[in-house]
Design a binder for this molecule. Structure first.
Ligand SMILES: Cc1ncc(COP(=O)(O)O)c(C=O)c1O
Length: 420
């Protein structure tokens, strides 16, 4: 037996690995709270019990935001197939993804360079595994959706974080990117629209990133899983639509844009000078063949669901749940002294600054204390690889307005006397 009392040990490369959107200590605390609430319900009416707000994952159906009934009917018509599909994905799914990206004006995308995946998450694992050698460096944003860092580390490569600037709409700090490029830098990640900041990048920023990538021969990974979750008049520009001079891996899927995270349907689209990337694309082909095929239900859904942008839009304009919720949360946050945030142009998140920098040394402890005291579950800035002061927290804005503002009230009250 080792010190942990456990004979069977996880691989060493997992010892320091973390994915704090689902932090194990927080999960444990939440289970205890759920049990306590069950017990309280035996003796008290529901209205007297402080309810748990689990606001750590961008999972719209969990909050009752579902595709409409008509879409359920559409999916029920799927004739499920039991065999493996081609490793790349079903032909009709690839065709539908190709048409989608054509409509977005992707430059130099070919059908053979589209690969179906089990959600964007599998896409991230595939592209990092196929691209990165041990010791390679990759530029990741701060703050960052942490699955990218996790898979980069699993590939033995080195995450090097560039800063996104809260004072400039959370845009990437280009000078910081240039400073951090070394002879070992192989790629740069853009999460656009961004989780957790809700920022969308301008054409100028994207052009400058292309020019940096061209000069230093960097591959661009473009995680665009929120490209349609845009508020009001906000516009998203896919980076693959502005240049074919740089190799671009765009990752997307049905999880956020079509409110279907559970069906695990995603893809990778490789564009740009793919004729210079045959070896790398062979590597992707090896990995997709080795995993046999993406899940068949997710693939069958793509031709039916991907063209249906219509049912998301009403949620994103005034009167729609996404819009009203993020608006109400922004207002509640920016009206108090304890918190502030840049208004999100996209996504379902607010990345919120805690305006008491000296009081929170350990933001993971803060999140745990907040959960235990106030039953509000969030993710701390360090969970997004953001070690900067002042501390930040991410609020998932998917609960109905009344719940959201009530829960934000709890956070504000808790902060008034909090120190760690
Ligand atoms: C930026 C980003 N990329 C990828 C994912 C994973 O997406 P999927 O559910 O399609 O695996 C998420 C999930 O929240 C995300 O926020």
């Amino acid at each position: 037996m080792d010190n942990n009392g456990s004979f069977y040990q996880q691989a060493q490369r997992l010892q320091d690995a973390a994915y704090d959107v689902r932090n194990p200590k927080i999960r444990e605390a939440r289970l205890i709270i759920e049990q306590t609430i069950k017990e309280e319900l035996r003796t008290k009416p529901r209205e007297e019990i402080k309810q748990l707000h689990s606001w750590n994952i961008g999972n719209p159906p969990y909050f009752g935001i579902q595709p409409p009934e008509e879409i359920n009917h559409l999916l029920q018509q799927i004739q499920i197939q039991y065999g493996y599909s081609p490793a790349q994905g079903l032909e009709q799914a690839i065709e539908s993804i190709f048409a989608y990206h054509q409509s977005q004006k992707f430059i130099n995308l070919k059908r053979e360079n589209i690969f179906g995946t089990d959600g964007v998450s599998e896409g991230i694992r595939l592209v990092t595994t196929a691209t990165l050698n041990p010791g390679d460096e990759i530029l990741l944003p701060t703050p960052n959706y942490p699955l990218w860092r996790l898979f980069v580390q699993q590939a033995g490569a080195i995450p090097v974080h560039y800063q996104c600037d809260e004072k400039s709409c959370w845009y990437p700090d280009l000078a910081d990117i240039i400073r951090k490029i070394s002879g070992r830098t192989k790629a740069i990640l853009l999460i656009n629209p961004n989780n957790p900041t809700g920022a969308i990048y301008s054409l100028e920023i994207l052009q400058q990133i292309i020019s940096i990538a061209r000069e230093h021969r960097l591959i661009i990974f473009a995680d665009e899983v929120y490209n349609e979750v845009l508020y009001g008049q906000a516009k998203h520009i896919p980076i693959a639509s502005i240049s074919d001079e740089v190799l671009i891996f765009t990752l997307n899927g049905l999880s956020k844009n079509r409110l279907m995270p559970g069906i695990r349907s995603g893809w990778i689209a490789i564009s740009g000078p793919t004729h210079q990337a045959r070896d790398l694309i062979n590597g992707i082909n090896l990995l997709v063949n080795a995993r046999l095929c993406p899940n068949i239900y997710g693939q069958l859904a793509i031709p039916l669901i991907l063209p249906r942008a219509d049912y998301l839009r009403p949620l994103l304009v005034p009167g729609g749940r996404f819009f009203d919720q993020i608006e109400a949360a922004s207002q509640a946050i920016n009206q108090c002294e304890e918190l502030s945030c840049v208004k999100a142009d996209a996504t379902m998140y607010l990345y919120v600054k805690i305006n008491s920098p000296n009081h929170i040394a350990n933001d993971e402890k803060f999140i745990l204390d907040l959960l235990n005291a106030e039953r509000v579950q969030l993710v701390q800035g360090t969970g997004f690889d953001d070690k900067n002061l002042p501390r930040h927290i991410r609020i998932v804005c998917l609960a109905p307005v009344a719940e959201l503002t009530e829960g934000i009230g709890r956070i504000i009250r808790f902060l008034q006397n909090y120190k760690n």
